[in-house]
Design a protein around this ligand. Structure first.
Ligand code: ZN
Length: 313
């Protein structure tokens, strides 16, 4: 239940209560998982605004340290790793939460049909959803999921899934139907985030440009991109095999009555330690849960010239 459904004193009490977050995970190609889930759980709890549960698949799967196109040391490729196994009993009770945060990744096995339906109903009915980094690689054949995340990558995504969406160097928003793969990134580096919607509750008060800690700059994502607002872009530099475009980095998507926050950030633990990552995750998750943001922008927020990190204990 959200505060807007209540009146008078009850609404004030409800708004002061902690928001209930469910982190869903269990199958991620990143070796920083499951540490990344524990980092997000700590950030949510330390903010004082959220309480957190985790719903993990019974069959867990973690990828290798190597990118898919590099051979493993024994001559196999990443594609030769065993497939993640579908968990027929995976059925988190989404309705008990204000917002669901996905820390699944590339190649995650499909959820059971009933669980997919339950998430769609939860979000359509006004629940919040947050997709972090490789969670936009998951579930390429689930149409409502692609609709919820707006844009995704890998998993066979191509022009069949929707356009490329980006800002060009003249600041024009482009939807590009050119055929081609969805999802790419060059080597990790620090990159500039540029705010495109300064009046949105999530971004309000942030510097227009801020430097993000070392991370993967996703580019060439594709998807239906319906009812999607690009809050901020990341410049994808040709110096790092990028597109010379300003790629969507922080987005919101409306899905019936539900709100989705999408961040492409979060490849490694040092990326999760970025103050820009932490603050946008907290504010984006609060917005997905309530439509408003009360979490402040801290003193140690990054600037245009300095990325900031909080070392995770
Ligand atoms: Zn990554």
């Amino acid at each position: 239940m959200t505060a807007s459904l209540l009146g008078g004193c009850a609404a004030r009490e409800e708004s002061a209560a902690k928001l209930r977050v469910l982190i869903v995970d269990g199958q991620n190609n990143h070796t920083v998982w499951p540490k990344s889930t524990m980092m997000m759980k700590a950030y949510f709890e330390q903010s004082g605004r959220f309480e957190v549960d985790i719903a993990r698949t019974q069959f867990t799967w973690q990828g290798a340290k190597w990118a898919p196109h590099y051979p493993l040391q024994d001559g196999r490729t990443y594609e030769d790793l065993p497939e993640p196994k579908e968990d027929p009993d995976y059925a988190p009770d989404f309705a008990n939460y204000d917002v669901v945060v996905s820390n699944f990744g590339w190649r995650a096995a499909d959820w059971p049909a009933g669980t997919r339906d339950a998430l769609e109903k939860f979000v359509a009915g006004g629940g919040g959803f947050v997709t972090v980094h490789a969670a936009n690689n998951s579930f390429p054949n689930w149409p409502a999921y692609n609709r919820m995340i707006g844009l995704g990558g890998w998993g066979g995504r191509t022009e069949k899934d929707g356009p490329y969406v980006y800002y060009d160097n003249e600041g024009k928003l482009v939807r590009d139907d050119t055929p081609g793969r969805g999802g790419a990134h060059g080597p990790e580096h620090q990159f500039m985030i540029e705010i495109r919607q300064p009046d949105h509750p999530i971004t309000r008060g942030m510097p227009t440009r801020w430097l993000h800690t070392q991370d993967e700059c996703y580019d060439r994502l594709r998807g239906p991109a319906e009812e999607m607002t690009i809050l901020a872009t990341a410049y994808s530099s040709p110096e790092y095999k990028g597109t010379d475009r300003h790629e969507p980095a922080l987005m919101t998507i409306d899905f019936e009555k539900g709100r989705i926050f999408h961040t492409i950030l979060g490849h490694e633990d040092y990326s999760f330690e970025g103050v820009g990552f932490i603050v946008t995750l907290l504010r984006g998750t609060e917005w997905a849960a309530t439509g408003e943001v009360t979490i402040p922008i801290p003193e140690d927020f990054p600037t245009e010239t300095e990325a900031k990190r909080r070392p995770f204990p």
